[in-house]
Design a protein around this ligand. Structure first.
Ligand code: NAD
Length: 366
């Protein structure tokens, strides 16, 4: 465990019904904040086999001063985000006699956030969850917005629920133990936030991105905070993805298809990076995006060392088939969220999902 620093600059962002707190050293007050946001008789801490040995001990011990506490550790990796894990976790809570006066605490990356969030969404028809993200991707994106769920053999996130957390607590110092490739993958969602909503932030990432990779705490704090502000504003306006929230799916239609085709061997952020490039090219081809949009995205992704091309081992037809399973398909037609330029998405203010014929998508897949 790292030495705890004093709480430095801290940021609190309103995400509708809950708040996102971000600071270096915040973990020292996690238990107090969890108890304040979602007081319970039992605190069920859910974590994975990489994160728990590093970070669960102190939190579990301090939570135990406030109520009955249990720690549930599942194997690390996207393969654990499954109905089987959901069943095992809910059975474990039932075996312990946990009632509706239980709060789930999700301590981990986006995999744990989605899985533990889905346990909370469904256990006894819904109990509170506090999200304590430990990966960059989870801090800047997955922990905010209330989407929870599991993957199935047919595709990603196909079984799930909207279940907003009672609070999100992000201690950027926890990223000190995050492997470099996951830090890099997390930046893909920051690039996405720049493309969908803030050209200035996109430009800033040319210097802030490499600083985040170098573990510069101020840069990490700045990027996490700006990304959470962008995501919170969008999900507060449209919590159930009826309209505006669809813009956050930029890069994810083809990105999810690649992730699925790779058998979840490739990291989510890497797949989203490639998906953004391909989908921006698609938008240019359809005359929706300013020319140069995809090139600007490629350039920034290269600066932070993320992949920009479809791996040759996945065929275009295989990927197109996978997009049909995506939740974004409407009446069998696949909808994409496409940019108009860096910082602005294509849409008419009401509808942000754009139906794309397979033939056009095949052209950008090459
Ligand atoms: P992850 O949770 O699998 O974490 C990546 C790896 O880092 C894992 O091996 C994990 O054990 C390890 N790890 C995490 N924090 C660590 C730390 N502090 N120290 C050491 N190791 C650490 O994956 P992820 O990249 O965080 O998230 C990807 C998941 O998030 C996907 O399932 C994706 O679908 C989901 N997601 C959800 C949303 C949403 O809105 N709910 C948004 C984006 C992504």
């Amino acid at each position: 465990m790292m030495a705890a620093s004093a709480l430095g600059a801290s940021h609190t962002i309103d995400a509708g019904t809950y708040r996102v707190s971000i600071a270096a050293g915040l973990r020292l007050s996690y238990a107090m904040r969890i108890v304040a946001a979602a007081p319970a008789h039992h605190y069920a801490l859910i974590s994975d086999s990489n994160v728990a040995p590093l970070h669960a001990g102190p939190l579990s011990a301090t939570l135990a001063e406030h109520g009955e506490t249990s720690l549930h550790v599942v194997p690390a990796g996207e393969g654990t985000k499954s109905r089987e894990s959901w069943a095992a976790l809910t059975d474990a809570l039932l075996a312990r006699g946990c009632g509706r006066d239980t709060t789930v605490v999700a301590l981990g990356g986006g995999m744990i956030g989605d899985l533990a969030g889905f346990v909370a969404a469904t256990y006894m028809r819904g109990i509170p969850v506090v999200q304590c993200p430990t990966s960059l991707l989870a801090m800047i994106d997955a922990s905010v917005g209330g989407k929870t769920g599991v993957d199935t053999p047919a595709g990603k996130n196909l079984v799930g629920a909207f279940h907003p957390p009672a609070a999100v607590l992000a201690d950027v110092e926890l990223l000190a133990t995050l492997p470099a490739e996951h830090r890099r993958a997390g930046l893909a969602e920051a690039v996405k936030h720049g493309v969908v909503a803030d050209a200035h932030y996109f430009d800033l990432l040319r210097t802030a991105g490499p600083a985040v990779l170098g573990a510069d705490t101020d840069a990490v704090l700045g990027v996490v905070t700006r990304s959470v502000e962008i995501k919170a504003e969008i999900v507060t306006a449209d919590s159930r993805e009826q309209g505006l929230r669809k813009i956050l799916n930029f890069g994810h239609t083809l990105g999810h298809a690649i992730e699925h085709a790779s058998g979840y061997e490739m990291l989510h952020g890497e797949c989203v990076a490639i998906g953004m490039v391909l989908e921006a090219r698609l938008a240019e081809r359809m005359g929706l995006a300013e020319s140069g949009t995809s090139e600007a995205i490629v350039e920034l992704l290269r600066v932070v060392g993320l992949p920009v091309a479809r791996p040759a081992r996945f065929g275009a037809d295989e990927l197109l088939r996978a997009t049909r399973l995506d939740k974004k398909a409407q009446a069998g037609v696949v909808e994409y969220a496409l940019p108009a330029a860096v910082g602005r998405m294509a849409g008419d203010g009401m509808r942000w999902g754009i139906a794309v014929p397979d033939a056009l998508a095949r052209e950008v897949l090459g």
